[in-house]
Design a protein around this ligand. Structure first.
Ligand SMILES: [Zn+2]
Ligand SMILES: [Zn+2]
Length: 355
């Protein structure tokens, strides 16, 4: 579970002795605290070309990955996940969450499981789309990987991470009550409830991760009717600092009565070049009160060119065939007071304060 860091190679015997002596002196001197590498909470939005794979690595080195990207015989998405794991200094995934049973989220799981040791596998319940051939095949391949280590969660359930709270707010169309997060929401006065979506998207897992003042919300592909129910008649989620925009910022992905109530400082859209990141969703995110910056996994290349965010906040600019698969990374201070967003393509970063 703990992180591994590159070790300095010591080739000469005498140096080994000196190093060992110094180390022993260091460890045995009273009052000396062991030197540690900087410990942060790291969140990676791994580019799986319009699918999803969001990796969380805690300051204690515990890891949570939600979703595994597309099925790829060339292991493209698995290798991109492994690259982020190497960057974070981890070799295993402790908790693998599948938000819902669609191919852009669970399709890559068999390949990931072939290459990466996985602890617990967590879901919202059985797939509700087993009646079609493709849906059934996805479900069966999931069952094969999850067998013997599967956990189905309900809203309010938590992951037992150290020194932070990881709480599920949505699962299988059920939503968290969490009275301590509830706030009145005047945006509901003029809002009308959207049509119900009974498919897998509407059954998506969602979670809030809290570290001190810092709050991160990831809602998978949760649908407008569930967003509305989270927002009205009262906002059940309170405010957050960092918000993964649901459903890749696709058509109708954002309900303003929820987005406005969340007041996110930063929004991240895990879109592909031609999947998600639609003009109206990008416009809604930019128009959301409180949103300072919008970061995108990809420049949207279809019909949203004019709505793309500042290119410095976009991790990938090209079509899928030419894409190098850069991630966006959030590095959160261990006390949760502040965090940095980094674009892996350029190294460009910006700093933010938690609310
Ligand atoms: Zn999706
Ligand atoms: Zn890409």
């Amino acid at each position: 579970m703990s992180r591994t860091y590159p070790r300095v190679g010591v080739r000469h015997g005498w140096l080994t002795v000196v190093t060992a002596t110094l180390l022993l002196a260091f460890i045995t001197s009273p009052g000396v605290i062991r030197a540690q590498p900087p410990q942060t909470l790291d969140i990676y939005w791994i580019d799986v070309e319009g699918g999803a794979a969001t990796l969380v690595v805690t300051p204690q080195g515990e890891s949570v990955l939600m979703d595994a990207g597309w099925p790829r015989p060339d292991f493209r998405d698995t290798e991109r996940i492994q690259a982020a794991m190497r960057d974070a200094g981890i070799t295993t995934i402790d908790y693998l969450l599948i938000s819902h049973f669609h191919t852009d989220h669970v399709g890559g799981l068999p390949q990931l499981a072939e290459r990466v040791p996985i602890g617990q596998v967590i879901d919202h319940g059985d797939s509700v789309e087993q009646d079609g051939e493709a849906g059934l095949a996805l479900w069966r391949s999931y069952e094969a990987v999850a067998d013997g280590r599967r956990r189905t969660v309900e809203p309010g359930d938590k992951l037992p991470l150290r020194r932070m709270e990881f709480s599920f707010i949505a699962a299988h169309r059920q939503l968290a009550e969490s009275p301590e997060r509830r706030r009145p929401n005047s945006r509901c006065d003029t809002a009308t409830a959207p049509a119900v979506d009974d498919g897998e998207n509407g059954h998506s897992l969602g979670y809030v991760l809290s570290l001190g003042a810092f709050q991160f919300l990831n809602m998978g592909d949760l649908t407008p009717d569930r967003e509305y129910a989270l927002a009205c008649p009262e906002n059940r989620l309170g405010v957050v600092d960092l918000w993964q925009v649901p459903h890749h910022g696709g058509y109708g992905a954002i309900r303003p009565e929820l987005a406005g109530a969340l007041e996110p400082t930063v929004a991240v859209i895990n879109n592909g070049p031609r999947k998600g990141g639609t003009p109206e969703s990008l416009a809604s995110v930019h128009a959301t009160p409180g949103v300072g910056d919008v970061w995108q996994s990809h420049r949207a290349l279809s019909d949203a060119e004019a709505m793309n965010t500042d290119a410095r906040l976009i991790a990938n600019l090209t079509e899928e065939e030419d894409c190098e698969g850069h991630w966006i990374k959030a590095t959160v201070q261990a006390d949760g007071r502040a965090w940095t967003m980094t674009n892996a393509r350029t190294g460009y970063s910006r700093n933010y304060q938690s609310k």
